[in-house]
Ligand binder design. Structure first.
Ligand SMILES: *Cc1c(COP(=O)(O)O)cnc(C)c1O
Length: 499
């Protein structure tokens, strides 16, 4: 991210209004019609004079003369289009300030930090798991220098990038072998391509689900070249259904975590052990797409049959499992394949592996995150896990602190009360595990909740919050300490923008 130094003030309302008028094409383009001595009051400045303005010089340095010139041309065009008399500067228009306001918006990174006040810990829209500082530091250290990504320092020969974290994954999950790819969708596609292309994969009708972002199990199967053999019904599938479907052409029994979809009531699915038993009897491997794949068995909500941790899943005898790096693991986007050496090797050797391989920054972040697990420090040091583990008294205390400082700052412009609420795990993980929390409910005097929420999203940094009835809710669970501190000013600025 380029350091833009102290960022000049954001556009004032007037400047934004000026900026909203589409500029013409004539006149600008970088050529100045007639040289003038400088930015003269009352006159539209010439391009070269504008570019020499001392306020714009730091911008020329940071973003380049061509970019500043372009913006100057746009701003001048807009003023000309608006101004009734050519060459004259409308009252109160400060051209360099307008240019700076434009540049401030234009040069802001498009991908940037937001404050997550939704209480959804693994919010896919907001980048899922925030990395632990140790993971971010590992990324920085590896990304800005050369590394031994695919170089074996002992032998001086070509190495294997996945092996860098395989040992950690074996130690943590008990798997015989492990492979890392770009994300879990890629892990499933690779697994099916390597183990089942051209052959049959048996899946329960209750698990032919679509996971957010258009990952649809039947379509991924088709893409891999495997043939889907559906068994059971939407609500009930028995071990016997799998056994009856197995034939000479069966390559795999696949279980898929239902993610954020649940069948409750009159529903049956075989246990992992029963499924493994069917596989053993017919000599067919059994795979489980676990989705979130918790590594920590002591997370709230983990331990039910729907959500067991990876080690326990493999201990039932499954041949191979896949899961995400940025869901309950709390690390970078990645797809992890853990299981028996034969099956993992088949995935590693498949040509598709090269197309879905993981990059060095991901590996650095993943290794550092897994290190925290091995050190027994994940529960405090992995932010997503720490947020999930926050207890109601701690959250209530945080909400009280926030309500207090918000009321102090906002006065009568906005009420800030404390209410009971529910946070969510997110990313399709543990949908049945609501997390009790306390939220600050903002009820502005001057506008509705929708308008306030929209204004909060336009802040710097933007704040993303939920709405319940007539209130904007701020859930302390997903706030970092510095977020909590920044909120009173950000809410005040947002209220100002709704005027
Ligand atoms: C989330 C999920 C995926 C996709 O994982 P990504 O890491 O987002 O690619 C696949 N399967 C299940 C069951 C999931 O929950």
């Amino acid at each position: 991210m380029p350091d833009l130094g102290p960022v000049p003030d954001a556009a004032t309302k007037r400047e934004r209004d000026v900026g909203s008028i589409p500029g013409g094409v004539g006149g600008a383009g970088g050529r100045c019609p007639r040289p003038t001595a400088g930015v003269r009051p009352g006159r539209l400045p010439a391009m070269h004079a504008l570019l020499a303005d001392p306020r714009l010089l730091p911008w020329v340095e940071r973003v380049g003369r061509a970019r500043v010139r372009n913006t100057c041309a746009t701003v001048l065009d807009e003023i000309r289009a608006e101004s009734p008399s050519a060459g004259l500067l409308p009252d109160g228009v400060d051209v360099p300030a307008s240019v700076i306001a434009h540049l401030t918006v234009e040069c802001r990174p498009r991908l940037h930090r937001v404050i997550n006040a939704t209480g959804v810990v693994l919010h896919t829209g907001l980048g899922r798991a925030p990395l632990a500082p140790a993971a971010a530091e590992a990324v920085r250290a590896t990304a800005t220098r050369y590394s031994n990504l695919e170089f074996d320092l002992d032998t001086g020969e070509r190495g294997d990038r996945s092996s860098l974290v395989a040992e950690h994954l074996r130690a943590i999950t008990g798997a015989e072998a492990a492979l890392v790819v770009n994300n879990n969708a890629a892990a499933v596609l690779l697994l099916l391509s390597a183990l089942a292309a051209g052959r049959q994969v048996v899946v329960s009708r209750g698990e032919l689900v679509e996971i957010g972002g258009s990952f649809r199990v039947p379509e991924v199967l088709t893409q891999s070249g495997a043939h889907l053999r559906e068994v059971g019904t939407t609500n009930r599938t028995y071990a016997g259904d799998y056994a009856a479907a197995v034939g000479a052409d069966t390559a795999l029994l696949l279980k898929v975590h239902q993610s954020n979809f649940r069948i409750v009531g009159f529903a049956t699915a075989p246990s992992l052990r029963e499924l493994v038993e069917v596989g053993r009897r017919h000599n067919v491997p059994v795979a489980y797409d676990m989705g979130s794949g918790a590594l920590a068995p002591d997370l709230p909500g983990v331990g039910s049959p729907e959500q067991i941790d990876v080690r326990s899943a493999l201990a039932t005898g499954l041949d191979v499992v896949t899961f995400s790096g940025d869901k309950l693991l709390g690390g970078p986007q990645a797809g992890l394949i853990c299981g028996s050496a034969d099956h993992v090797r088949a995935c590693a050797r498949h040509p598709l592996h090269r197309a879905v391989r993981v990059d060095k920054m991901t590996l650095a972040a993943l290794e550092a995150t897994l290190n925290l697990y091995r050190a027994g420090r994940a529960a405090e040091a992995v932010p997503a896990l720490a947020m999930l583990a926050r207890l109601p008294p701690d959250l209530l205390a945080a909400a009280q602190r926030m309500a207090h400082s918000l009321s102090d700052r906002l006065g009568t412009a906005c009420k800030a009360g404390i209410e009971a609420g529910e946070s969510a795990v997110g990313a399709g993980a543990l949908p049945d595990c609501p997390l009790p929390t306390s939220v600050v409910a903002l009820r502005p005097a001057v506008c509705g909740a929708q308008a306030l929420a929209a204004a909060l999203r336009r802040g710097d940094p933007p704040v993303v919050a939920r709405i319940r009835m007539d209130a904007v809710l701020l859930d302390p669970r997903t706030l970092f300490p510095e977020d909590e501190q920044a909120l009173p000013e950000l809410v005040a600025a947002a209220l100002e923008r709704t005027r």
